[in-house]
Design a protein around this ligand. Structure first.
Ligand SMILES: Nc1ncnc2c1ncn2[C@@H]1O[C@H](COP(=O)(O)OP(=O)(O)OP(=O)(O)O)[C@@H](O)[C@H]1O
Length: 271
């Protein structure tokens, strides 16, 4: 068990070790291709500690691929990924695995195990990665389920709960290891506007308590407007705009204006 595992509640969140430049996570000049298809094309971005950064961009532009690089699931062809002051591809896989435990990831569909009920899904990382007792695990899981409003659903199977509940269960599971960085891959996909808004409220409330570094990939402008401290716009594997949210939403930058307006005319093409 590492030091991180010994700390549980948000009030005891460990201060993230920043990179030398004060950022807890940054990617620099990232290039990645799959076969002849160049997905990352010199992408650089610094993520502000304890802030919510939203990554916007057209479909297929490399947003999920960026998240996978950050958590060390994809290795760049060139460029660097720094988290917690370490170049994650300059260390051994064993050390990378340790770093991964300091991330929480909410996948698009919640990625719940169909054979386990909600409680066991949320308890899974604690049982796998820590030597906590079942009573300690119950305390943490109950706390997190309550936080996302699912305490009454703990015995339900994933196929017995709604899409919004699955996302919230996935969020609770992403939080149980008390992560310093939480990555959200389209938390709002497949949700109606009201459920999207409710999920965003939960994200904001928990961020307010935990003060983790959150990175949210979304297509939904309302989500971006509601939760972002900073906004990055990605196109063709590069950052074409980055700035504080209040500036982004009033920006005259042609990429941002086109994306926010959903306009077919502008610098963002179909490719
Ligand atoms: N493991 C892989 N092998 C081959 N191609 C891949 C792989 N992962 C991603 N790609 C391709 O890289 C491109 C970018 O994918 P990515 O999932 O990052 O897009 P995205 O911006 O998240 O899109 P969306 O908003 O539609 O989810 C896509 O064309 C995708 O097909």
């Amino acid at each position: 068990m590492d030091a991180h595992d010994t700390e549980v509640m948000p009030s005891t969140l460990i201060a993230p070790e920043a990179n030398g430049d004060g950022h807890v996570a940054s990617v620099h000049n990232l290039y990645k291709s799959f076969g002849s298809f160049q997905v990352m094309n010199g992408l650089s971005l610094d993520f502000k500690p304890r802030a919510i950064t939203t990554i916007l961009g057209p479909s297929g532009t490399g947003k999920s691929v960026l998240l996978k690089h950050m958590v060390g699931l994809l290795e760049p062809d060139s460029g660097t990924v720094n988290v917690f002051g370490q170049d994650i591809w300059g260390i051994a896989e064993r050390e990378r695995a340790q770093l991964r435990k300091r991330f929480g990831v909410l996948f698009q569909d919640g990625a719940l195990f169909g054979s386990m009920n909600v409680y066991d899904n949320v308890a899974f990382p604690l049982r796998k990665h820590t030597d906590k007792s079942e009573s300690e695990i119950r305390e943490i899981v109950t706390y997190r389920l309550k936080e996302v409003g699912l305490e009454a659903a703990e015995k339900k199977a994933p196929n017995e709960i709604s899409g919004g509940m699955k996302k919230r269960a996935g969020f609770a599971r992403a939080l149980v290891m008390n992560p310093e960085i939480v990555l959200f891959d389209e938390p709002d996909s497949g949700l109606d506007p009201v459920r999207t808004s409710l999920l965003n409220d939960v994200i904001l409330k928990i961020h307010e308590e935990d003060r983790g570094t959150y990175v949210v990939v979304t297509h939904d402008i309302r989500t971006a407007k509601k939760v972002s401290d900073y906004v990055g716009l990605i196109w063709q594997g590069r950052v074409v705009y980055y700035g504080p949210a209040e500036e982004a939403f009033s920006s005259s930058d042609p990429f941002v204006r086109q994306f926010l307006a959903g306009d077919s005319v502008g610098p963002l093409g179909m490719d």
